[in-house]
Each structure stands twice: as structure tokens, then as C-alpha cells.
Design a protein around this ligand. Structure first.
Ligand SMILES: [Zn+2]
Length: 91
């Protein structure tokens, strides 16, 4: 198995690992080690980078709507799901 193949497998594993942690990552709620791991993955993965940008924009915009925190969180989660679904369609 070449180094490139190994890196690819690693990236795919990290990608799956990253999905449920993206919201916490954006809000700075991840433990240091996980945050570093996700940051490294973000640099390598255009899909996650895009999802993170979308979520960040959303989280920046949400306070203006003056929703309760639970509602904001639910909206962010739902949007993440939709972006993820769209990303899967591109494959
Ligand atoms: Zn990724």
C-alpha cells in the first residue's frame, strides 16, 4: 500500500470522524486535541471546509433573528444536514 493510498484512507476516516463534531468545532467546544485534529482535516478536505464556512456564516447570522439558543442550534444542525446531503449528491 503506497503512502498516497494510506493518506487517503486516513482522510476518509477523519472525514467521518469530523462530521458530528463540526458544530462543536465552530463554537470552540471541542477539547484541544480534537480541535487540532479537525483543523488539520479542514485544511485537507474541501467538503468540510465548505461545511464549516456555511455553518460559521449561519451562526454569525442567527443572533440577529433573536431565537432562543435551542432553536438556533436546531437550525444549525438542520442546515448542516442539508449541506451534507448536497455534498453527497455531488459525488
Ligand atoms: Zn472532511
Amino acid at each position: 500500500m503506497g503512502a498516497t493510498t494510506w493518506r487517503r484512507i486516513n482522510a476518509e476516516r477523519d472525514h467521518r470522524w469530523a462530521q458530528p463534531r463540526l458544530s462543536a468545532y465552530i463554537e470552540g467546544d471541542l477539547p484541544d486535541r480534537q480541535e487540532r485534529r479537525l483543523g488539520a482535516h479542514e485544511e485537507l478536505c474541501p467538503e468540510c471546509a465548505q461545511l464549516i464556512r456555511t455553518l460559521q456564516a449561519l451562526i454569525t447570522a442567527l443572533p440577529a433573528l433573536r431565537l432562543p439558543p435551542e432553536a438556533s442550534f436546531a437550525i444549525a444542525e438542520r442546515t448542516a444536514e442539508q449541506v451534507r446531503a448536497r455534498i453527497e449528491e455531488w459525488d
